[in-house]
Write a protein that binds this ligand. Structure first.
Ligand code: TGC
Ligand code: FAD
Length: 388
């Protein structure tokens, strides 16, 4: 009789029936539809993004914690659990859902006009339209305040020029939420991707997040009507508020990848015989498995605590930073440690360990690097900003 790391912490006992049902539904989608295909998508570096978006849409996973406009209106914790299940398959699949729901849809839902919401949100919730979120630029990643993309008034129109870099879903998107400097500070724009002057070349040669589309956005004299601007987002706090949503999903999501690494490693060590005994029977193996399970469980307890805070409306950005920093850092350590237990077999695509570890390198960097989150927490603790 054995127990899983999640059972060891009795994590299920902390969930409502509805939350358990949502997690089970997503896990079934992963097991039946996604897991059999994901290693091949990763290897060739391509995913059927449009098809997947529609499948995720049918399950209500896109913008699932938003209300109205045909969004599912689930709790934040339920959304986190869905991210956890998706990332147990691959961080790239969770990214598709995060960027669609927490970044592109959330920006329109929170800051858009009624017309923008009605035009885009139902189609995006169903996966008929894919969105991307353009904040990062080639020279401004951790410091988006310095962005150079500019929107200038021309009569009642806006004209956008600039470039965004590392944009998830960029080349497959129907709509881009683009952040730009204006005379009145940073503003957001809803840009249909068929607007003349907008292009989104895919970034090739990634060794991480290969089952995810990452692109450049190039804006050359992109002319938009006055009503393309998000009316309610003024200044950097607009895009940063969207990041809180996506970072929250990652708090749960990254630990899904860790869970999958642990599951794979527990199975492998049970059957792999070394010096005539199962690898799982050695003290050194068990010390690693115990320590990794402890970090996984502690991370999940923190994630669920943050989920409950978010559902009660009390979650603060620096608390999201605690969770993002911890979940990704520990999950990456777990993925690498699990890989050691599989020996050479661990480096192949037959097992998901290197794929998860490679993916988590991106997750460590995007949505605020570990260092950025340390500095956010440091600022909250000391009152001193060490960013500049
Ligand atoms: P700072 O002076 O601290 O703040 C400027 C204004 O923003 C407000 N603010 C926030 N509001 C909401 N949520 C937050 N987390 C906020 N943090 C700050 C702040 O109160 C202020 O408001 P106001 O009204 O006074 O103007 O800004 P700063 O320039 O010093 O920068 C702070 C810093 C470094 C923390 C911020 O720039 C940052 O978070 N940098 C990291 C950038 C980042 O995470 N980029 C992610 C891009 S998207 C992405 O990676 C998608 S990956 C795909 C996927 O998710 O799957
Ligand atoms: P830099 O900001 O150049 O950082 C380099 C190093 O400097 C890091 O270690 C960093 O922690 C450190 N550093 C930065 N500031 C400080 C400081 N003050 N003190 C000490 N050290 C510091 N962006 C989007 O807008 N939309 C997307 O959809 C999106 N998707 C992405 C998908 C992938 C696969 C990847 C890899 C990135 C994506 N990004 C996206 C971009 C991502 O948010 C940035 O890569 C990230 O914010 C870091 O920026 P940077 O890569 O320019 O690194």
């Amino acid at each position: 009789m054995t127990t899983t790391p999640a059972q060891l912490f009795a994590l299920d006992s902390l969930l409502s029936d509805e939350e358990r049902d949502i997690a089970t539904t997503v896990r079934k989608l992963v097991d039946e539809r996604l897991r059999p295909e994901v290693a091949a998508w990763y290897e060739v570096g391509e995913i059927p993004a449009r098809e997947l978006a529609q499948e995720f849409g049918r399950l209500g996973l896109l913008g699932m914690h938003l209300t109205g406009y045909e969004c599912a209106g689930a709790s934040a914790t339920a959304y986190g659990l869905a991210c956890h299940e998706l990332e147990a398959c691959d961080s790239g699949l969770r990214s598709l859902v995060s960027v669609q729901g927490s970044l592109a849809m959330f920006a329109i839902w929170r800051f858009g006009s009624e017309e923008q919401k009605e035009h885009w949100l139902p189609a995006m919730a169903a996966g008929r339209a894919i969105g991307c979120f353009g904040l990062t630029e080639p020279d401004f990643g951790s410091d988006p305040a310095g962005m150079r993309t500019r929107a200038v008034r021309d009569g009642s129109d806006w004209v956008l020029n600039g470039a965004k870099m590392w944009i998830t879903n960029g080349s497959v998107a129907d709509v881009a939420v683009v952040w730009a400097q204006t005379e009145e500070g940073i503003r957001g724009f809803v840009v249909p991707t068929d607007t003349p002057g907008f292009t989104a070349p895919a970034i090739k040669n990634k060794l991480s997040l290969r089952a995810s589309v990452t692109s450049e956005l190039v804006l050359e004299e992109v002319r938009l009507p006055a009503d393309a601007m998000l009316p309610e987002a003024k200044g950097l706090s607009g895009p940063l508020s969207c990041l809180n949503e996506a970072r929250f999903g990652i708090v749960f999501g990254a630990l899904g990848a860790a869970r999958d690494c642990l599951r794979t490693t527990l199975d492998y060590t049970a059957t792999r015989r070394i010096f005539d005994r199962p690898l799982a029977g050695y003290q050194l193996s068990q010390a690693k498995l115990a320590d990794m399970s402890l970090e996984f469980g502690k991370g999940m307890l923190l994630a669920l605590h943050l989920g409950r805070l978010k559902d009660s409306g009390a979650l603060r950005p620096e608390q999201v930073s605690l969770g993002k920093l911890n979940s990704v850092r520990e999950s990456l350590t777990i993925a690498r440690e699990c890989r050691t237990l599989l020996g050479a077999a661990g480096i192949t695509g037959e097992y998901p360990l290197m794929r998860h570890a490679n993916n988590l390198e991106s997750v460590l960097t995007y949505e605020g690097t570990s260092e950025v989150h340390q500095l956010v927490i440091g600022r909250a603790l000391t009152g001193e900003s060490a960013f500049r």
